[in-house]
Design a protein around this ligand. Structure first.
Ligand SMILES: [Fe+2]
Length: 342
C-alpha cells in the first residue's frame, strides 16, 4: 500500500465517523460519579447564568428540575423562542458538548404560574420541553402523555435509577388565599395521575437498582411554607411515601427546585431503613429578593438565598452510597456543603 492509498483510506475512515456518534460516546451517562442539578433559570438573564461555574465543576450529568425557562404563555411560538434563547447561551452550548443533560419541568416552563392539568397547551408544551432537552426520539417517554422519564446510570457494579416525575401535566387544581398568597390543601387531589403512578410503581420494582433518585419540580418533604409543595396534596404525598417504604429497600433521594432558595430537608419514617432527603436547589438566575425567615421543620443545615446550583458526588466504596453535596454559587463559591451516609 503506497502513501497515497493509505491517506485515502484514513480520510474515508475519518469522514465516515459521524460527528454526533463521537459526541454521544463522549456524553455517555453510563458511568457517573458527579451529578449537577438546578432550577429556575430566566432565559433573558444571560449574564446571571451559572453555566461557566457548572462546567468548571465537570459533572457527568446535568439535571434540570423545572422552571427551565420562564415561558408563562399559551403561545407556542413564544415558548419555543424562550427555549431557543436559553439553549443558545454559549456556555450552555459548551455544557451540552461535554455533559449529558436531562430534566423535567415545573410550572413556568409547563405554561403558567402554579398551573396544573387545566393548562390547555400541555401536549404542545411537552414536545417543546423534550426538543429542548434533546430527548432521543427512541425514548418511550415521547409516546406517553406528560414529561415523566427514567434514566439508569452506573458505576462499576452499582446502579442508580433516576426517575424524573411530572408534577404538572396531571396535577389537580390548587386553590389559593391571598395576603399573603397561600396554597390551600386539596384533600382528595392528585399530582401524578394514574398512568404515571402505575409507571412509577413498576420503576420502583427494579431490584437491580442500588439507589433511586426522584426529581420533582416542587418540594416533596418541606411542608410548612405557603408555596406549592407535595403537602398541598396529602393523599398523593402519602401514596408516594407508602410506595417507597413498601417497595424500596435501597436509599431514595429526592431532588427539587421551584423555591428560589436552596435547602436540604430530611424525613425519617418509623420502620423504614433509610432517612429520606429532599435536596432543593433554586434559583440559577433569580434570588428570592430580601432574605426572609422561611419555616421548614424538616430542614437540616441552613437556607441558601443567593443564586446557585448543586453538585453531588456519589461514592460507592461501601455497600451503600455516600453522598457529598455542595451548593455552588457565582465564581464557584461553595455556599454550603453536606454529607449523607446511608
Ligand atoms: Fe415553579
Amino acid at each position: 500500500m503506497n502513501n497515497l492509498t493509505l491517506f485515502c483510506l484514513l480520510s474515508i475512515v475519518f469522514c465516515c465517523t459521524p460527528k454526533n456518534q463521537k459526541e454521544s460516546a463522549e456524553k455517555s451517562p453510563e458511568s457517573i460519579q458527579r451529578i449537577a442539578f438546578g432550577s429556575c433559570s430566566r432565559q433573558s438573564m444571560k449574564d446571571a447564568q451559572l453555566w461557566k461555574e457548572v462546567i468548571a465543576e465537570n459533572p457527568d450529568v446535568w439535571i434540570w428540575l423545572g422552571d427551565n425557562v420562564y415561558a408563562d404563555t399559551e403561545d407556542m411560538e413564544k415558548m419555543k423562542a424562550d427555549y431557543d434563547l436559553q439553549k443558545s447561551h454559549p456556555d450552555y452550548q459548551r455544557l451540552l458538548q461535554k455533559t449529558a443533560v436531562v430534566g423535567t419541568w415545573d410550572d413556568h416552563d409547563f405554561g403558567a404560574n402554579d398551573i396544573g392539568k387545566e393548562y390547555p397547551m400541555k401536549d404542545e408544551s411537552r414536545d417543546l420541553l423534550f426538543d429542548f432537552l434533546d430527548v432521543p426520539k427512541t425514548n418511550e417517554a415521547w409516546a406517553r402523555k406528560g414529561a415523566y422519564q427514567t434514566y439508569t446510570y452506573g458505576f462499576e457494579d452499582k446502579r442508580i435509577k433516576l426517575i424524573l416525575l411530572d408534577v404538572r401535566y396531571f396535577r389537580d387544581s390548587l386553590k389559593w388565599t391571598m395576603d399573603p398568597k397561600t396554597a390551600q390543601v386539596n384533600e382528595k387531589g392528585d399530582i401524578l395521575g394514574e398512568d404515571q403512578w402505575t409507571w412509577l410503581s413498576a420503576e420502583l420494582d427494579d431490584a437491580g437498582s442500588d439507589m433511586f433518585i426522584l426529581g420533582s419540580g416542587i418540594q416533596v418533604i418541606s411542608k410548612d411554607h405557603r408555596f406549592e409543595k407535595w403537602a398541598n396534596f396529602p393523599r398523593a404525598k402519602d401514596r408516594l411515601l407508602n410506595l417507597i417504604t413498601d417497595k424500596v429497600e435501597v436509599p431514595v433521594l429526592f431532588l427539587s427546585g421551584d423555591r428560589h432558595i436552596s435547602e436540604v430537608s430530611k424525613l425519617e419514617i418509623a420502620g423504614y431503613d433509610f432517612p429520606l432527603y429532599d435536596v432543593t436547589s433554586s434559583s440559577l438566575t433569580t434570588p428570592w429578593g430580601e432574605p426572609a425567615p422561611d419555616v421548614n421543620s424538616h430542614r437540616v443545615g441552613e437556607i441558601i438565598y443567593p443564586t446557585n446550583f448543586a453538585i453531588m458526588d456519589i461514592d460507592w466504596n461501601e455497600m451503600r452510597p455516600s453522598l457529598k453535596l455542595k451548593f455552588v454559587g457565582k465564581d464557584n463559591e461553595i455556599l454550603q456543603d453536606f454529607s449523607v451516609s446511608y
